[in-house]
Ligand binder design. Structure first.
Ligand SMILES: C[S@@+](CC[C@H](N)C(=O)[O-])C[C@H]1O[C@@H](n2cnc3c(N)ncnc32)[C@H](O)[C@@H]1O
Length: 280
């Protein structure tokens, strides 16, 4: 196997989802740079909805040895295959295999603190699952979502509308494979090579890599910066600083929070992400 998960013990049944592409390592090659960024960000919790046989679940768990992974997959046939691959790679202690994911399951798993990555590939159901009104924790989570615009028209725009104020959004278009993508050392007749790498996505499929401008750790950092600034103003003036009332700890929507957080977070976000922010 080539690609970002090279070295992964990968042996599901040959009829599994995108088996030849995954075995070659060319699967979703467009996302290789994002996978490297994910690894460099060092998440502690990865939630994968639409985990299938576990390519990303096991691949990322191997690359991020500090992470635990919640793998949601609605087709129970995959559960045994995923658990087996986790075991073959010595990852079973850090991977929990779960069934069909609904908004309340997502809210429950995102309730814990720390840096969180959510991967979502659910054939159009992303609209129901990535709903910040039902699951406000999504505002603090980095999200890699495959957008199935061809299955539900308008889904891309709706995701942009929901997340543009809290996330930097990088669209990643799908690109057809060519012979140049064939990994070194693999020799296949041209038609077979192309067929083995083909992912049949067309133009309609793309991913959105959405990084939160208010991740939980950053959020705590912002609060500390604010408190330090407030203390310093107070010490200099001799008066208590005037500031918007702090929201209750869990009330991210409390009045004053978005504006304050946006101001404090904007500097970090711009420094870290501005060159990659693209709005439609
Ligand atoms: C295209 S496959 C995912 C492939 C996988 N992401 C990969 O790259 O290897 C989509 C999967 O999402 C699952 N699925 C769809 N909606 C789901 C939900 N709400 N919860 C869990 N699994 C879901 C389907 O059963 C299917 O196996």
């Amino acid at each position: 196997m080539s690609g970002p998960f090279s070295g992964l013990h990968y042996a599901p049944p040959s009829g599994s989802h995108a088996f030849p592409q995954k075995l070659l390592g060319t699967y979703e090659k467009e996302l290789w740079p994002i996978v490297e960024e994910i690894v460099s960000r060092g998440y502690r919790l990865i939630v994968d909805i639409g985990a299938a046989e576990g390519y990303y679940v096991c691949g990322l768990a191997r690359r991020l040895p500090e992470a635990v992974v919640a793998a949601f997959e609605g087709q129970t046939d995959y559960h045994r295959v995923l658990s087996q691959m986790a075991k073959q790679n010595g990852l079973q202690e850090r991977i929990s295999v779960r069934g069909y994911c609904q908004a309340e399951d997502l809210a429950a798993v995102l309730a814990q603190d720390g840096s969180v990555l959510l991967i979502c590939d659910v054939e159009g159901a992303e609209l129901e699952l990535l709903d910040v009104d039902r699951t406000p924790q999504l505002r603090h989570v980095d999200i890699l979502v495959e957008v199935h615009e061809h299955l539900r028209r308008g889904i891309r725009q709706q995701l942009f509308d929901r997340f543009r104020s809290t996330h930097a959004i990088q669209p990643v278009p799908s690109v057809a494979r060519t012979l140049a993508d064939l990994p070194p050392g693999v020799t296949l007749e041209t038609a077979l090579a192309l067929a083995a790498m083909e992912e049949s996505r067309g133009d309609a499929i793309e991913w959105l890599w959405m990084t939160s401008q208010f991740p939980r750790s950053q959020d705590h950092h912002d609060e500390a910066v604010h408190q330090r600034t407030a203390r310093s103003v107070s010490e200099k003036s001799g008066h208590a600083p005037s500031r918007p009332a702090a929201p209750a700890k869990n009330d991210r929507n409390a009045q004053g929070y978005p504006a304050r957080s946006a101001l404090l977070g904007a500097g970090h976000a711009l420094r870290r992400r501005a060159p990659r922010v693209i709005q439609p």
